[in-house]
Write a protein that binds this ligand. Sequence first.
Ligand code: BG6
Length: 483
Amino acid sequence: QQVNPFDYIIFGATGDLTMRKLLPAFYNKLRLGQIPEEARIIGTSRTDLDKAGYIERANEALERFIPDETKSPELIERFLKMLNYITLDGTKSDSDWAGLHTILAESPKDRIRVFYFATAPQLFGAISENLSKNDLITSHSRVVLEKPIGTNLDTANAINNGVGQFFPENQIYRIDHYIGKETVQNVLALRFANPIINAVWSSEYIESVQITAAETVGVEGRASYYDTSGALRDMIQNHLLQVLCFVAMEKPESLEADTVRNAKVAVLKALRPITDKNIASDTVRAQYTAGTVGGNNVPGYVDELGHTSNTETYAAVRAWVDTPRWKDVPFYIRTAKRSAEKVSEIVIQFRAEASTLFGKPPASNRLVIRIQPHEGLDLRLNVKNPALDTFTLRTAELDAPLLIEGQPFPDSYERLLLDAVRGNPILFIRRDEVESAWRWAEPILTGWSENKAPMETYSAGSHGPAKAEAMLASNGDKWHENM
Ligand code: BG6
């Protein structure tokens, strides 16, 4: 359904995220009739451009990033009419705030106003301050914060305090595009709308959980960011811990945003701390060396950078959620650049059936939740082998696609962008979630910086370092591709 008219003000409007993700997502929502014609998107950045120049760039981005099936010249024209642009340095008080004021004053006073900060996070506080000083924050305003919120707990607090001085928490929408993925949201439906799943969702039946987000790409044009971040900060502290929360949370009493977020915080707080004692056995960090990905030879990480580096492009952790439900169930989390394939998935490995009625079953039950690509579910069952007159078992896979025929999956930003307009923060991260996630992740980063776990290597195009295989083998487990 259509949202109320809004003014979306994007800081960082000429950046890659805006061009690649945000504008195409808005376009698709307009196409689906969910955005009213009066809605406006006002780009701002330091780049000296006028409105026509920005529209030209936006047009090029749409040409490039919208799939052909949804491209329509008439619709693109309507979309471009929603755009405006103002050259503005959000961190400078003497920038053209009056210009932004004039544009916003064209809208009714009670128009929903969403400020989207797609800039470097250390600028968020200064931009918020300037918005406040220039009287641009109304009671109908919200602010969306892009990741990364900090590089550790202190810097996260500095960012949250900086923004929090000018926006109350209920107006702050911290985005994590993994929660925008339909397949991640679907974990809640799967668990809480299906008694046959819900009933077995505990350590009594589940032996281990794997959460993987692997990519074939390297660091592309983002080396200057990535080399200061690394895989743990870039993917695990935020995206993969959020996925873990969806898998591990207790059933929230309702779909009220804070009820769901309370349930997630409870999981994050129950994560067993990684300490100097177990960092070497329960974490693996690694960098890719030269190799072959998808038939192409690619250089190693340090060659790509042109200098030595202590940044991991692969991270794996054996995590434990210390609640009665998850007693003794390892959660193996991993992420990699330049991996063998692009795949994000959750693997729920069930315990073996103890009964020996048919002898040892060929395999235990396993549920694979394919976050992307081939979005869907795969459930492995033991069945009777029809080729034999004896009760001999074989395995069969139940494969349920989550895509509806003929309907493309919405991009992860689409719902999130409009949820901020709707004022529904259920899929956004509350401040205490960020803090709890950092409390768990930071000791790993500290330990790594003190060399408490060695930097491993893996060939580009492989599934990761041997040490990560060994970590699972010590529990008698294997990564999904080796099962
Ligand atoms: C981003 C990371 O948050 O997520 C990138 O900064 C990564 O490094 C991307 O490539 C992965 O997202 P997706 O949706 O392609 O899995």
